[in-house]
Design a protein around this ligand. Structure first.
Ligand code: GLN
Length: 585
């Protein structure tokens, strides 16, 4: 085992930690600044600027975030074998900055139209006084589009009289958009996807190398690092949407790119601060880095192909059955579920063969928790998609009537609550631990699942108090994020350290990959759930706010109850899982 780099720095520390943690903290904070700044814009950019249907927006968002969490599997492996963590992080940083920069080229906004019983009509979205009303242009008449609860659409004349009623399915919203700029946007997302694979796992590995095995500061070091993640995202989730709404989408993405460039600068020009941390492994003088860089770029078209496949695969109609449903999934879905469903049993069979009974049981405990992890992130990751669309459509975004925030900015609540709650949670676990009352890892997971469900149920409760415009007060959404953030602290940092403690040492990297793979699957399933919460839009605006409120409430209720129930199942299983953990805390 190499000497932890901390020992080479003459005993200097940063808040009692190796001084290199400071540089990794700032580098990761700026990277997350870029990522979450972009994430705060993406769904609304797809729905309100490119005017994609909710179905396409949510599917693409889910697929993109799924791939963003899948590439670390490969990026981690390449760093271990050839590049070393530091070079991987530098390369990933450049790719991600390029990706955000490419997203700045927005082209022109898509132009909405509607096909009504086969005939095409132009659509305009209302001006200042009736900001969110869409009109069909019929000769010299502007007819307001009003979706009805039974799925029909009414077109209203200026005096409010019904000029025309269109039966269900007779009205199809569309938009003319530049194929070139769609391609450019997808290329931007491709760079982010590949770059993240090189960056995200390896910066975390570098934190790990700062501590010798058994160093008790390790968990606290990761908590500080997790705070850096959320500190970075907190600011960008406020600033990027602000720029997007006041200056233009390009400015919001541009700020994400600047943040990412700063992250690259911090690691590229570390003035020796990270000497000896994340260096390349001994490869016998053969440098494969150029080959890997070129290979990574050549993987770009594959990622692009998966994105297009995702957008163009027709939606499976209900009634196709479970197998029909699986067969109809886009390639990316098959790839993710296939990898997950094969790797979980395969790793367990392997550990039963090579490990002792105790080692096998510990691996089994880890795998069971990994499976429950999918449920948590499926709900939690509605934040970037359906919850942001809910904020845009059915939330009154005013703060005490003083000013309003934008829909994208609501994502900031999570980072804010993590930064404020993380120290309290460490104190809470410490205090409970001293009394011998700290919940076991499976119980913490169960609390997280019940919490993420309860957050949604809280919001559903709030929908009863929506105003006459079918908008709920912002505080209900903030309440959901408060509960979700507390739940996140019970599962996310706990899960990372659980993997390192329960895995057979030889496969700890692989198991970390499986942990991220479970989050990747969850991102994809989250996209599917958000698709169920899709509502009809024309020109990026919903056609009936009452219907959208009811749709969101229905889906959020179902997933909230399901997660809480699954959490209770885990709670019931927890004594057994704890037994399999053989004393690991
Ligand atoms: N918010 C954390 C991060 O960005 C955790 C996200 C996750 O693991 N799904 O790193």
């Amino acid at each position: 085992m190499a000497t932890p780099a901390a020992d080479t720095q003459g005993g200097k520390t940063w808040f009692g930690h190796p001084p290199q943690l400071a540089r990794l903290f700032t580098t990761e904070a700026m990277e997350r600044f870029g990522f979450y700044g972009m994430r705060a814009l993406l769904t609304l950019y797809l729905a309100n600027y490119f005017l994609f249907s909710d179905q396409t927006t949510n599917g693409l968002y889910g697929g993109f975030t799924a791939l963003v969490y899948l590439t670390p599997l490969i990026g981690g492996l390449l760093a271990d074998r050839y590049l070393g963590s530091k070079r991987s992080v530098k390369f990933g940083a450049v790719l991600m900055a390029l990706g955000y920069f490419i997203l700045c080229f927005e082209g022109g906004a898509a132009k909405p139209y509607a096909t009504i019983e086969g005939a095409r009509y132009e659509v305009v979205v209302g001006s200042a006084s009736d900001a969110k009303q869409q009109y069909v242009i019929d000769g010299d008449r502007h007819l307001a589009i009003k979706g009805q609860e039974d799925g029909t659409i009414q077109l209203l004349a200026e005096d409010g009289a019904v000029a025309r009623t269109i039966g269900k399915g007779g009205f199809v919203a569309g938009a003319d958009r530049s194929e070139f700029y769609v391609l450019l946007m997808l290329i931007g997302l491709t760079f982010v996807t590949i770059g993240n694979g090189f960056f995200k796992p390896n910066i975390s590995t570098m934190v790990g190398t700062l501590y010798a095995p058994g160093d008790r500061r390790r968990d606290a070091g990761f908590t500080i690092f997790y705070m850096g993640i959320n500190l970075g995202s907190l600011f960008s989730q406020l600033l990027c949407p602000l720029l997007a709404t006041t200056v233009g989408w390009w400015a919001g993405f541009g700020l994400a790119a600047i943040g990412m460039m700063l992250s690259w600068y911090l690691i590229q020009f570390d003035h020796g601060a990270l000497d000896g941390v994340g260096e390349p492994p001994e490869t016998g003088g053969r440098d494969r880095s150029l080959l890997i860089y070129v290979g990574a770029l050549l993987a770009g078209p594959v990622v692009l192909f998966l994105f297009y496949n995702l957008m163009n695969t027709p939606h499976v109609e209900p009634g196709a059955g479970f197998l029909g449903y699986l067969a109809g999934l886009p390639l990316m879905g098959k790839l993710l579920f296939g990898t997950f469903l094969l790797s979980v049993p395969a790793i367990l069979i392997w550990s039963a063969k090579v490990g002792s009974r105790v080692e096998f049981q510990m691996m089994l405990a880890a795998m069971v928790l990994v499976v429950f992890n999918v449920v948590f992130w499926t709900l939690f990751e509605q934040a970037g998609s359906s919850l942001t669309l809910f904020a845009d459509r059915n939330t009154d975004l005013s703060v005490f009537g003083l000013f309003s925030i934008s829909a994208g900015q609501t994502q900031f609540f999570n980072a804010f609550f993590i930064v404020t709650l993380a120290p309290l949670f460490s104190m809470l676990w410490g205090a409970l631990g001293r009394r011998g009352l700290e919940p076991s890892i499976p119980v913490k997971f169960a609390i997280a699942l019940i919490g993420v469900g309860a957050g949604f149920l809280l919001l559903v409760w709030g929908t009863q108090y929506a105003d006459s415009g079918f908008k709920v007060a912002l505080w209900w959404l903030a309440g959901l994020y408060f509960v979700h953030s507390a739940a996140e602290l019970c599962i996310s940092p706990v899960g990372l350290s659980m993997i390192t403690k329960l895995s057979i040492a030889r496969v700890v990297g692989l198991m970390m990959g499986v942990w991220f793979l479970s989050i990747s699957c969850a991102q994809y399933v989250a996209g599917l759930v958000a698709q169920v919460a899709s509502v009809q839009t024309v020109g990026g605006q919903v056609t009936n706010l009452k219907v959208s409120l009811e749709t969101y409430a229905g889906v959020f209720w179902t997933i909230g109850v399901a997660a809480a129930a699954i959490g209770l199942v885990l709670l019931a299983l927890s004594p057994l899982i704890k037994k399999w953990m053989h004393g690991v805390q």
